[in-house]
Ligand binder design. Structure first.
Ligand code: TPP
Ligand code: MG
Length: 566
């Protein structure tokens, strides 16, 4: 018998889904049953729904394709909420399949088992769209609509709330398949921006004497065009932490990650008279909580119209897909004459700037700024920076690193140089502890071909450390490093700065992490100095099993704590 659950599975497959992360329960067993004989879909059972959500997010970040998670109603939905909140804040496409009580009873508040009074209200602030189908036949269309939204708009999470009676309902043999996933390969945002706006942007950039390009995570698909744009325009480029590596951070015109707390890119953005910002939301880390004096004329490109003018007034706003707009800009500049000289030492394969750009005086010594910054962070956090530099040496460029929120992560923005987009991930928007390990597991499952490493603190690791069980069961050879200071160290440092000599809540008695790993059947090892972390990670990558490495925590105050004279 073909059921609503079969339609669901067919629609997922039509949209290219090959993995579902989830936890079974009485309300969603029809889905599990439809998956029993399904060879094209891998089902990964996690140790709680939050793990499933982060794994789906990690899968999405690693592949660029939406990740899918499946829960029971009520506590399953509230458990996954944190992970969906992170995906929402970071614009990561995650589809939540939330199972539900029988249709007739959903809206009747009878305190039923697993009943969440108003699931739509609960999910509204962490999803861009969601629906509860009213008939089994509508399930496929709902899934298809979620995927269409991921691919044509800002890719924030969607949900489909699935009443259990619809999942088990018999459907007609002919039902479904109505063009699901059709044209998927070519889906992109509608080409809505006006060519005249692109021309205005070109003129503004040509007329500027101190232009800067600011790239955010929303622009990762535009990497190729943006690199060409940087060279054609000979324009200094700053990236946000989500945009890290979209232009290689060691490119001669790259100021790297602009997490302003390190003063990265601060000179550039504050002194610029024209800023071309693409896929950037001007969030707190890029603007130091909106305190920076960013006064240049802003050309803001974003797929989400609500971002334009939200934090910064834009002199030109272009609503559009970053890739399409970047390509349109590149075409305009390519058509101009090539300049006689280049403003930076041309690397092999790089483009000569156009004539106007070549005639403009270089206004910023990008390499000198970069070196000054590196020297400054080395003084502030020598061990953390050396560890991150060492990790960079042992991890090939295509490796995927997942950070939690912790001391060392703060320094990664400046110290870990990325040459490829979307290779260094933070839970940057929501800032939730416990992201790194499950996200790394989801990523490694999707990309077994590349090394995947999670960088955790001892506190944050235990928010989701039990997902090591999933890594072991699914044979996912992810590497997790725990920097152990027996404390919520970053917060403890902040507390002692803001409330001197009044300490409470920051100390932890952490477990023996090696034995913890071994109890799950993972490999565990301990290094006695943080300098040995890169070598231990390199050795772990040789093994085909999940490995946990416990290391001492590098000692450094968080970068936002001002240290006199530095
Ligand atoms: C879900 C959640 N709860 C609390 C916090 C606040 N917080 C931010 S950093 C931090 C300490 C993290 O400790 P640990 O993982 O050991 O890293 P460390 O700071 O010691 O390097 C805490 C509690 C948070 N970011 N997310
Ligand atoms: Mg700690």
């Amino acid at each position: 018998m073909r059921t609503g659950a079969h339609l669901l599975v067919e629609a997922l497959k039509a949209n290219g889904v090959d993995t579902i992360f989830g936890v079974p329960g009485i309300h969603n067993l029809a889905i599990y049953d439809a998956l029993v004989d399904e060879r094209a879909l891998r089902v990964v059972t996690t140790r709680d729904e939050r793990g499933a959500g982060h794994m789906a997010d990690g899968y999405a970040r690693a592949t660029g394709r939406p990740g899918v998670c499946l829960t029971v109603p009520g506590p399953g939905v509230t458990n996954v909420l944190t992970a969906i909140g992170e995906a929402y804040a970071d614009s990561s496409p995650v589809l939540l399949l939330a199972s539900q009580l029988p249709s007739g009873t959903v809206t009747v508040d009878r305190e039923d088992f697993h009943q969440l009074r108003d699931v739509a209200a609960v999910l509204a602030s962490v999803t861009q769209w969601g629906v509860r189908p009213e008939r089994a036949e509508e399930i496929g269309r709902a899934v298809d609509e979620a995927f269409r939204r991921f691919e044509t708009a800002r890719p924030r999470p969607c949900y489909v709330d699935l009443p259990m009676d619809l999942l088990s309902a018999k459907v007609d043999d002919l039902a479904g398949g109505e063009g699901w996933g059709e044209g998927r390969a070519n889906r992109c945002a509608p080409d809505v921006f006006a060519p005249a706006d692109v021309c205005r942007a070109v003129e503004a950039l040509m007329g500027a004497s101190r232009p800067v390009l600011l790239i955010g995570g929303g622009a990762w698909k535009a990497a190729e065009s943006l690199r060409e744009l940087v060279e054609l325009l000979s324009i200094p480029v700053v990236m946000t932490s989500s945009g890290k590596g979209i232009v290689p951070e060691d490119h001669p015109l790259s100021l790297g990650d602009g997490w302003m707390v390190h003063q990265l890119g601060r000179e550039a953005l504050e002194q610029a008279d024209s800023i071309l910002a693409i896929g950037v939301r001007f969030g707190p880390l890029t603007t130091s909580w909106w305190t920076r004096q960013i006064g240049g004329a802003l050309i803001h490109v974003d797929i989400d119209p609500s971002e334009i003018g939200k934090h910064m007034p834009a002199s030109i706003g272009i609503v559009g897909d970053a890739k399409q707009v970047a390509e349109a800009l590149v075409v305009q500049f390519r058509e101009r004459d090539v300049g006689p000289t280049s403003l930076f030492e041309l690397r092999r394969g790089s483009r000569k700037p156009c004539a106007e750009a070549a005639a403009r005086r270089p206004w910023l010594d990008v390499i000198a700024v970069r070196e000054r910054r590196r020297a400054a962070i080395r003084v502030r956090a020598p061990e953390a920076v050396a560890t991150l530099e060492g990790l960079r040496r042992v991890l090939p460029d295509e490796s995927l690193v997942f950070n939690d929120i912790n001391g060392i992560a703060c320094w990664g923005a400046g110290a870990f140089i990325c040459r490829q987009p979307r290779t260094f991930h933070y839970p940057i928007g929501f800032g939730c502890l416990g992201f790194a390990l499950p996200a790394a597991i989801g990523a490694k499952l999707a990309r077994p071909d590349v090394p995947v490493v999670a960088l955790c603190g001892d506190g944050g690791f235990l928010f989701s450390g039990h997902e090591l069980a999933t890594a072991v069961q699914e044979r996912v050879p992810v590497v997790a490093v725990i920097f152990n200071d027996n404390a919520y160290g970053t917060i403890k440092a902040d507390q002692s700065y803001r409330y001197p000599a009044r300490s409470l809540g920051g100390d932890l008695r952490s477990p023996d992490f090696v034995r913890y790993a071994e109890a799950f059947g993972a490999r565990g090892c301990r290094v006695d100095s943080v300098q040995k972390v890169p070598e231990a990670v390199a050795a772990a990558l040789e093994h085909d099993a999940p490995t946990l490495i416990e290391a001492p925590c590098p000692q450094a105050l968080p970068p936002w704590i001002e240290v006199e004279g530095r």
